[in-house]
Write a protein that binds this ligand. Sequence first.
Ligand SMILES: [Cu+2]
Length: 153
Amino acid sequence: MNKLALITIILAVMLPVAIWSQCTDCNKSDDKVMKMEKSATTALPGYNKVVNLPDGKYFTYNFDKKPKIGTSILQVHVYDKKGRHTDDYEVYVVADMPSMKGAHASGDVKMRANKKGVLLTPVNFVMPGVWEVELKFVKDGKRLYHAAFELKI
Ligand SMILES: [Cu+2]
């Protein structure tokens, strides 16, 4: 009987400690991942401004018309060093409202090239407010460049 009581007490003390130490670890690693995500995102300079990519190519971006509630077409022009459109990258677009993280998140949407080589993606702005649009440039399965801009709808 005494032995059983002792084991119960030991378990009662050890269990919260074990849970607590596990949670501390979880929080730490989550924090790290979030910080990495943040630092990987560069703020973009604005519509039609040249943005240099790490390998010497460059791109510009804009919308087909002034974005408003509903669907707007995001256009990305990627150029090689000679100023010709290049399809060297897979470009992914993510749209979301930072103040309502995840509520209207689009997920990674792969841009598609038209006949002229311009990359296009419809972005559905379902609510007025500040939106963030991320651009991810992927080459050979590796993310080479990650940047974002905000706009007010
Ligand atoms: Cu919203």
